[in-house]
Design a protein around this ligand. Structure first.
Ligand SMILES: NC(=O)c1ccc[n+]([C@@H]2O[C@H](COP(=O)([O-])OP(=O)(O)OC[C@H]3O[C@@H](n4cnc5c(N)ncnc54)[C@H](OP(=O)(O)O)[C@@H]3O)[C@@H](O)[C@H]2O)c1
Length: 324
């Protein structure tokens, strides 16, 4: 038996129950991982509260991302062996001291990436990789608005967009978060709970507005985010930390300047093994070179419920990880 955090009934953070579970032996094409650090993400809250139904029914082990060491290899696995250091983002089952995982969805960790860095960035960092390089190609001269700039995805996005040569405008919920976002790549910050962020974007850009808005907030920042875009700009709605955006009339995009809107998810961008590996290599390169840092709030695995309270209570900055 090993320690894990399961949800038996959808609900608030208290629905996360720390208990012992039995982990099966790895089957065909699978590995067993002794997990050294597990990532906490907003999507874990969506599953916990039932906004996203669990595909494996109840109870389920929460969590979608971890890093650790291969301790057993199932039949048919040729690329990985006992002792290899690996990390993954994938199906539920992350919040546990050990887990069985499909070998073809795990990636080997370079020596210069720690387990804690990996657990803090596989989901969030791969997301930023595709958001900045594929959903909209950010480069020198791009003006981008990143909401929740001091959050997990936000801090990685600010650093990486800055590294690519963009002008980065970040919204944040407090002055402390503004400081953190500025130290991590944001050129300008806006306190979007106190200030009119559209007016501030107009002021900062001298009326030029942004090429792209990365919006993981959802309900509370829509449709104002559209007003931060120049004609033919890109609205990238990649999450719903404040709740989902209500259905809207597509003509709103024409009226606000022939805008593009997309609702992307990592699962599609990293569906093919080749894409997953090349995206991970790109991420390992920017983190390995220290162009992007992965600051993380650490909690013991048994305190998973507290980590969710803090994440949903907007108390965390950067990544959040659990240590089994
Ligand atoms: N589509 C994808 O592929 C993908 C992948 C990963 C994550 N995501 C999405 O990215 C977003 C960020 O995820 P994360 O794990 O990095 O979380 P996070 O940004 O660390 O935490 C969420 C932040 O959102 C802000 N926020 C605004 N309104 C909020 C509200 N009503 N309740 C809670 N927080 C609110 C808070 O920052 P302030 O205090 O500064 O406002 C909070 O710190 C989430 O929407 C997540 O679902 C999407």
């Amino acid at each position: 038996m090993v320690a894990a955090v399961r949800v038996h009934k959808a609900g608030g953070p208290e629905a996360l129950v720390y208990e012992d579970v039995q982990i099966a032996a790895p089957g065909q094409g699978q590995i067993k991982i002794k997990q050294h650090a597990c990532g906490v993400n907003f999507i874990d809250c969506y599953f916990r509260m039932g906004m996203y139904p669990s595909p494996v029914g109840m109870p389920f082990i929460a969590g979608n991302e971890s890093a650790g060491e291969v301790i057993e290899v199932g039949p048919g696995v040729t690329d990985l062996k006992k002792g290899d250091r690996v990390a993954y983002v994938g199906p539920l089952g992350g919040y546990a001291a050990e887990r069985v995982f499909n070998a073809d969805r795990a990636v080997k960790l370079p020596d210069n990436i720690t387990y804690e860095q990996a657990a803090g960035m596989m989901l969030k960092g791969l997301t930023v990789q595709y958001l900045l390089n594929r959903t909209y190609k950010v480069g020198k001269g791009t003006i981008c608005l990143i909401h929740a700039a001091a959050g997990g995805v936000g801090l990685i996005a600010c650093q990486w967009a800055n590294h690519l040569g963009a002008t980065v405008i970040g919204t944040v919920g407090s002055k402390d978060k503004a400081e953190i976002a500025k130290k991590n790549g944001a050129h300008h910050t806006i306190l979007y709970r106190d200030e009119d962020f559209v007016a501030k974007v107009k002021e900062i850009t001298s009326g030029k507005l942004c090429d792209v808005v990365y919006d993981g907030i959802g309900k509370d920042t829509f449709p104002a985010s559209l007003d931060c875009l120049r004609p033919m700009g890109y609205f990238v709605s990649f999450g719903s930390a404040s709740g989902q955006i209500d259905a809207f009339n597509i003509n709103i995009l024409q009226a606000r300047g022939s805008l593009f809107a997309t609702r992307p998810t990592l699962n599609h961008y990293a569906a093919k093994r080749d894409d997953l590996v090349s995206m991970a290599n790109d991420l390992f390169k920017v983190v390995g070179s220290s162009a992007v840092k992965i600051p993380a709030h650490k909690y013991a695995l048994k305190d998973a419920a507290q980590s969710h309270k803090d994440l949903e209570g907007r108390k965390t900055t950067g990544s959040v990880i659990l240590i089994p």
